[in-house]
Design a protein around this ligand. Structure first.
Ligand code: XMP
Length: 524
């Protein structure tokens, strides 16, 4: 295992991801982790970037024991400054200019093989992504310079004898095209980590861990939505503890066409999971009546979901109490992924911007259940691979994400049963056409929204006055930023014709080409 100590950079998790893409197993912990508390001995340690200045009061620092462990260390950006500052605080200072974006890195290959190891195979120069104001202003004692840029004389440093290295740029970013080679040099060649991490091992390890955690009799409940995360988490639970896992699907009345039935079929029939469907459509739509404000809609849906979920959980608990040999319901399953953990307030690291995760399914306090999150170390693409290995159908595994508040946040303004039906029908045509033309997997998310106001059109010889269907399709890696999908124009026209012809109540079709930022992926 390579240990990544996180100083709160927005890209720290990408270090983990790059290492795992090299089949090297890595774990990330907050920079303040005490080495004495580690349950494993790492083969190497990466110190990540971060938003602080090493020389400021209150800046985060690593446990000094890191340097006595004798394993190789790689400092990235803030991590590199941390290495230099430890040796002498005068080594780090604010630069004259900030350095953001691309930089040409000149690689200095020395006579000594040891110091050349980090940049082995890279050649004389490379492009890198920089994002810093502070920098090394002196070469730390005992180190040599192995790379530099116009603005950073010490953009890469290596200790003369110890396996300690630092880079000012970010090798984990795609904008540093040869960054993965540098991480590979560090993890495999310098640390001697093995490139043998495979999903199957992870699944087996996780099943054993769940069994151990839950014990022989306790029961687990969890909400499922039909999305890949909750389905994979549910299937894993089923593999680990069988029928002691109970999945609950709450129909909130704003799911897509036939979605509830499809989820039921997949979970019960194909995956053999114990599933209860709670039909809350009327309750949800009733509570949403007359409500136009987006945040209010989200809050109503979130609260109603919790009400129904809680009722159902209590029912299962009661049932367990009255069933001989059945243990108590003690655990609540959540399909939280790694990026959710980083973004959520539950993460107490030093990240500059902490965003509350907007998943609807939180843990109702009154249930007094313990949280179990088997996917909390995984990224979306890993969960997809994981799902395939667990035998979940590819269609489900590759499904675009769908928000908890459903199409309610795609119906601008008031959510009425009539408008839900219109949005559903239009969305169904859009997605079917995208799938039929083979571009579904090329985009990250697609849906149809419905305007609040109406527009005039002419159909046959008659004047129509209907809503505007707004098509949205985006490409993104992390859902934090996104670009509109570049459709074939013929396909867009075909979709437009079908929607106007087949969906009563739609007069016009438009395509939203706003990037995120400044837009968001959802409409509300
Ligand atoms: P935005 O609109 O913030 O969306 O650009 C980014 C991603 O998050 C999804 N999303 C949600 N998912 N509950 C969810 O479970 C929500 O309240 C919610 N709001 C947005 C959105 O579909 C996109 O994938």
């Amino acid at each position: 295992t390579i240990l990544v100590l996180d100083f709160g950079s927005q890209t720290s998790h990408l270090i983990l991801r790059r290492l795992r893409s090299l089949k090297v197993y890595a774990e990330m912990l907050p920079c303040t982790t005490k080495l004495a508390d580690l349950p494993f001995k790492p083969k190497g340690i990466v110190l990540s970037g971060g938003p602080s200045s090493v020389y400021e009061d209150g800046a985060p620092h690593v446990d000094p024991a890191v340097f006595d462990l004798g394993v190789p260390i790689l400092g990235i950006c803030y991590g590199c400054q941390e290495l230099a500052w430890r040796i002498n605080p005068e080594n780090v200072a604010r630069g004259v200019v900030r350095e953001y974006g691309h930089a040409d890195v000149i690689v200095h290959h020395g006579a000594d093989d040891h110091v050349n190891r980090l940049f082995a195979g890279i050649g004389e120069s490379m492009h890198a992504y920089m994002s810093h104001f502070d920098k090394l202003v002196k070469l730390p004692e005992g180190f040599v310079t192995v790379a530099s840029t116009k603005n950073s004389e010490y953009a890469g440093i290596a200790h003369q004898t110890k396996p300690i290295y630092g880079v000012q740029f970010h090798p984990e970013l795609e904008h540093t095209p040869r960054g993965t080679e540098i991480l590979r040099n560090f993890a495999i060649d310098i640390c001697g980590a093995q490139a043998n991490w495979v999903m199957k091992d992870f699944i087996q390890k996780e099943i054993v861990r769940i069994r151990h955690l839950v014990g022989e009799t306790a029961q687990v409940i969890g909400a499922v939505s039909g999305g890949v995360d909750s389905t994979v988490a549910a299937k894993l639970m089923k593999e680990a503890i069988g029928d002691r896992f109970h999945a609950i699907l709450v129909n909130n009345g704003v799911m897509r066409l036939n979605e509830c039935e499809q989820v039921k079929e997949t979970l019960e029939e194909h995956l053999g999971i114990n599933l209860t469907v709670v039909d809350g459509a009327e309750l949800f739509l009733g509570r949403l009546k007359g409500v136009k404000e987006p945040e209010k809609k989200r809050k109503i849906i979130g609260a109603t979901f919790i009400d129904l979920f809680q009722q159902e959980a209590l029912r299962i608990e009661k049932e367990a109490e009255n069933t001989p040999n059945a243990g108590p319901v003690e655990w609540f399953l959540q399909g939280t992924l790694y990026p959710d953990v980083i973004e959520s307030v539950s993460y107490k690291g030093p990240s500059a911007t902490i965003k509350t995760h907007h998943n609807v399914g939180g843990l109702p306090d009154t249930l007094k259940l313990k949280l179990i999150e088997p996917l909390r170390e995984m990224f979306k693409d890993e969960v997809r691979k994981f799902g395939e290995e667990l035998g979940i159908h590819r269609d489900l595994v590759m499904r675009h994400p769908f928000p908890g508040p459903g199409i309610a946040i795609r119906i601008l303004g008031e959510v009425t049963p009539e408008r839900v039906a219109i949005a559903r029908a239009a969305d169904h045509i859009f997605i079917s056409e995208i799938k039929a033309s083979g571009v579904y997997d090329e985009m990250s998310q697609a849906y149809v929204a419905i305007s609040q106001d109406r527009a005039v059109g002419v159909q046959g010889d008659a004047r129509v006055y209907g809503y505007i269907a707004i098509l949205r399709a985006v490409k993104t890696l992390d859902f934090m930023s996104a670009e509109p999908f570049e459709f074939d124009f013929g396909l867009l026209k075909r979709i437009s014709t079908r929607i106007v012809n087949e969906v009563d109540g739609v007069a016009r079709v438009t395509y939203d080409i706003t990037s995120k930022p400044p837009g968001t992926i959802e409409m509300e």
